[in-house]
Design a protein around this ligand. Structure first.
Ligand code: GUN
Length: 294
């Protein structure tokens, strides 16, 4: 049987549309326009693409968008000053500093300087700690997107055997906490894990976030398992062109899995949609408007 393809494009568009409806409501009822500030240091082409897409989708959802571009040689103090100004700006409810930062800047110190109430990336020590304690918090966008996608297949993740491949601060580590909060049984695997293939073969839910092109093979997958592919890798083809592939060998896994996300068109679409959700949530919390509908 061929796996169900989890259509991140459709699910993200639906989420963005629901955010837009609620953003319009709080504007109408409370005069609050949720605002997201994106800070980009330097001119890394991939980061420029991400930030442009964030700006476009924020505006399309009827929210205010603020963009701060700093030169690649900006100092730690200059970047901190921008973050502190945004912390104080009443029109800004969400602050995102695009990662990775150029060499010489300390991302941990910058992220820690973001007001936790405006930390829509959910990466600050306060939000990471709250998530680890099972408390309400702004939640990292890509892991949140993974959970939403998995829940389009399984109404509940309770009791499922989940394996996360990759232990990054941006994805793998927060995913552990979010899956635990869903009452899944969680294994986290990484570059030193022994016999990854057989560990994977026991999982009902596989989340691949290692950044290794097509590493997860069909014979690692339990028949019928749900596979969420967080990888976005650009590989060179023989004809000189390039192609985007995930961390999962998609075509072969499609023959074994129960459901699988494509790359592109899977998790990637969800990250920005979840950022909009977090900006709406942050605006509602800052203005004490109660939880939004989304
Ligand atoms: N770079 C790649 N993904 C992300 C993300 O989710 N947030 C930030 N700030 N930078 C990123």
């Amino acid at each position: 049987m061929v796996a169900k393809v989890i259509d991140g494009k459709v699910i993200a568009a639906d989420l963005r549309a629901r955010v837009a409806v609620d953003a319009a409501r709080i504007k109408r009822e409370h005069g609050v326009t949720p605002g997201l500030a994106a800070v980009l240091v330097g001119s890394d082409p991939a980061s420029q693409v991400y930030v442009r897409s964030k700006v476009k989708q924020t505006e399309a959802a009827g929210m205010a968008s603020f963009e701060h571009l700093l030169p690649v040689n900006a100092s730690q103090a200059e970047l901190l000053a921008v973050v502190e100004k945004l912390n104080r700006d009443p029109l800004v409810h969400g602050i995102l500093v695009q990662l990775p930062l150029p060499a010489g800047l300390d991302p941990q110190a910058i992220v820690a300087a973001i007001d936790p109430a405006k930390d829509v990336d959910g990466l600050s020590p306060v939000n990471a700690g709250r998530i680890a304690n099972g408390l309400p918090a702004l939640t990292p966008c890509t892991p949140l997107g993974c959970i939403i996608l998995a829940k389009t297949v399984h109404a509940s993740l309770e009791g499922m055997n989940a394996i996360i491949i990759g232990r990054s601060n941006l994805v793998g580590r927060p995913l552990v906490q979010l899956l635990l909060n869903e009452n899944a049984t969680v294994t986290i695997a990484h570059s030193r894990t022994r016999d990854l293939a057989s560990m994977c073969a026991r999982a009902d839910l596989v989340l691949a976030a290692v950044g290794k092109p097509e590493m997860v093979k069909a014979n690692w997958i339990k028949p019928g398992a749900t596979v969420i592919d967080v990888g976005i890798n650009r590989i060179a083809l023989a004809d000189g062109k390039t192609r985007l592939v995930g961390d999962v060998a998609y075509n072969e896994v499609l023959e074994v899995a129960g459901a699988v996300t494509p790359v592109p068109g899977g998790v990637g679409q969800m990250t920005v949609a979840c950022l909009l959700v977090n900006t709406l949530r942050a605006a509602c919390a800052i203005h004490a408007l109660g939880q939004p509908a989304v």
